[in-house]
Structures are given as C-alpha cells and as structure tokens.
Ligand binder design. Structure first.
Ligand code: PLP
Length: 378
C-alpha cells in the first residue's frame, strides 16, 4: 500500500479531535460572541477550554494566547505587530535566519521595504543556526529576534532557549519570537521557557485541523506585549485577531495539542525507531543526508539525496510513497530549496534532495521498497 511520507507538510486529524469538531459544527454551533443565550455561553466556554489546553503546554495564563488561522498569520502578527512599538522606542533592527519558512521571510521582505533593517543569519552546513552568530548581530537598534525552532525541510532544531537567554543578558527589552510550527506540542522543548516571548503554532502539524493555530504572547512584568493588530473588526482575540471565532477549529486545535503533548514521548520514540530503520536502509555510498541525524534534528524527518534528480525520484516512487521536495508551499516551482542554498549546497546537488517525513504509525518497511525502486531507476 502506498505510504504518505509528507507529515511535515500536514498530518491527518486524529479521530477523537475530528469527532469533537463534528459536534461543534453540527450541534453546539453557536457564536462564542453571542451573549444573549446559553448556546453562546457554551461556545465561549469551549474557546476558553481550548485556551487552557494550550496554556498548560507553555505554563502561561489563558490571556497570553490568541487563536489565528495558523502559523503564517501568527508570524505576521508577531512581526508586523511590533513595528509601531519599535518606532516608538526608536529601534529599527530585526535579526532572523535565512532558513525560515516563507511565512517569516516574505513578511520580513515587506518590513525591509518599510524602512526597517533585517539581518538574516545563515546556517552551518548541517542546517543549524549558530547561536553566537545571532548574539553577535545584536546592536543597540535590535528590537526583535525571530528564529524558527525546527526547520520544516531539514528537520534541524535550533536552540531557541539559549538564544532567548543570551539575547536578554545583553538587552532585556529585546523580543524573542519563534516559529514552532514543526515542533509545538509534539516535542518537549522550550515552550515554557520564559525568555521566549512569542511562539507561533499551527494545528495541522500535530494531528489537528488546518486553518487554525495560534500565537503565544508571554506577558512581561504582568503587562501584555505591545502588539498592534494587523486587521480591525469585532475585537475578538484581544483585538489582535478579529473575526468570529471558529469554535470547531479552536476546540479541535486545543484537543489535538493536548493529545499530542501527552503523546510526545511516544511520538519521539516511535519516530526515532522509524528513522533508525530509514538510515540503515539508505546507508549506501550514493546517498547524502542534509540537516544532520542526531538529537538536534526532528525524529520524523530525513532530507536526503539519492543521487538522482528529485523529480525523477518522486515519479519513480509514485505508487510506493508520497514524498516532497523541500517545503510544500514552494514545491510547484522547481527552484532549489532556499534552505539548501543557505547551507551552501550547490544548485545541482540541491535539485536531487527529497524530504521524507513520517508519523509514529508509518510502516518502516516502506524504506526497503523505496530502496529497491530507486535501484531499478538507477
Ligand atoms: N512555518 C513553518 C515552519 C511551517 O512548516 C509551516 C507550514 O508548512 C508554516 C509556517 C505555515 O503554517 P500554516 O499552514 O499554519 O500557515
């Protein structure tokens, strides 16, 4: 049976979450903003419950989370939302990395167009960002550092806690944001570290629904972060993300996060076993692994070259496994991955790299089938 090996692009919704969401679509469907009836009160309570489920993972208060349409929107609110504050305090410099998802890189381009200065730190050849490189780039003008937790292509995990702590030793006012789309709830890392001010997450990466995610905004000295909205409307989500709250999606993301977090150890162990099998199966001369394989890399990801053009690999495997070249959002155009380019991989090599990403229940025998099919292709 063909296996889906594109879990970093998106994951299936687990049955329990889907069932819960169905109820909020069909039965308890009221608007959480309706104050005049019990159904509205129930919807409001449901949203609060989901906020509690997320708050627990980050050891924060429910007032420190807003629900959004996903990590893209959360990133935009985190980045654009601070610009007015930066102007007020007379700072204009942001530090980020060249391996970020387009949902950070594109907003940063626009922010640069608006007159701000952006420094993008390149990764090392294993796809990791050197913490010291970030710290060295801090100037008296820096107001924000945004560094992704795990890269969606290579799976490389950055030490965002260390970045947060060291940056704040230099300037306690600097804001730290992290796009945690690939790690949130599934891993045990850093989400409750107080030095990280803002965390973006996305439901469909941890067996929850698409179209919902959130932004964690840790208070400072009891005060909300000075974020300004990027849209205006009915004032929902503390005015930062106005619009009728999609109660079914919010209930779904809350439950999916709770379930994923309680399963995180299991997810890691099972995915690591599958990775071991993949590494053993593909351990031959012609293969190159990008992004490293140790504990500083996601247990469910392999960014790998089989020495053959990625498009040929994808076509060859089409009845065996569904895989990706780089991130799904850019896979329509065959330009090499910006992450590989930043790692110093030349264009010819980069075109041969594919991404395999799996879930805890993936059958690892698929790797042997892949190996045999690619031997025939070669
Ligand atoms: N950031 C990262 C690291 C991602 O992997 C993704 C999804 O591919 C996103 C952001 C975008 O998330 P969403 O689909 O929730 O907007």
């Amino acid at each position: 049976m063909k296996q889906y090996l594109d879990f970093n692009a998106t994951t299936p919704v687990n049955e329990e979450t889907a069932k819960l969401m169905h109820n909020y679509l069909v039965n308890d469907f009221a608007n959480a903003g309706s104050r005049s009836h019990e159904s509205g009160a129930l919807a409001k309570k449901t949203v609060l419950n989901a906020r509690k489920q997320i708050a627990k993972i980050c050891s924060i208060d429910t007032s420190e989370i807003i629900f959004t349409s996903g990590a893209t929107e959360s990133n935009n609110i985190a980045l654009f939302g601070l610009l007015e504050h930066a102007k007020k305090i007379g700072k204009n410099h942001i530090i980020s990395t060249s391996i970020e998802h387009k949902a950070i890189l594109d907003p940063l381009k626009e922010i640069e167009n608006r007159g701000f200065e952006v420094t993008l730190i390149d990764p090392d050849s294993s796809g990791h960002v050197d913490v010291q490189e970030i710290i060295k780039s801090i100037t008296s003008n820096t107001f924000l550092i945004s560094c992704m937790h795990a890269n969606n292509e290579t799976g490389s995990i950055n030490n965002i806690s260390l970045i947060g702590r060291l940056a704040k030793e230099i300037d306690s006012e600097i804001f730290i944001h992290s796009d945690c789309a690939q790690t949130f709830a599934k891993t045990d890392l850093d989400f409750n570290d107080p030095s990280i001010d803002m965390i973006s997450f996305s439901g469909h990466k941890f067996f929850g629904p698409k179209g919902v995610g959130g932004l964690v905004m840790r208070k400072r000295d009891g005060m909300s972060l000075p974020l300004k909205p990027i849209m205006y409307g009915g004032g929902q989500e503390r005015g930062l993300r106005p619009g009728t709250q999609p109660v079914h999606l919010i209930a779904g993301v809350g439950l999916a996060a709770e379930l994923a977090y309680s399963e995180r150890q299991n997810w890691t162990e099972k995915c690591l076993k599958i990775k071991d099998k993949a590494l053993k199966t593909f351990n031959s001369k012609g293969t190159i692994i990008y992004g490293g394989v140790g504990s500083e890399t996601l247990p469910n990801t392999l960014f790998i070259s089989f020495g053959t053009h990625a498009e040929s690999v994808i076509i060859c495997l089409k009845n065996i496994a569904e895989i990706a070249t780089g991130s799904a959002c850019t896979s329509e155009s065959y330009t090499p991955s910006h992450v590989l380019t930043a790692m110093g991989v030349d264009e010819d090599q980069a075109k041969k790299v594919v991404r395999l990403s799996w879930g805890p229940d993936t059958d690892p025998n698929v790797f042997q089938e892949i190996k045999e099919a690619l031997e025939i292709l070669r």
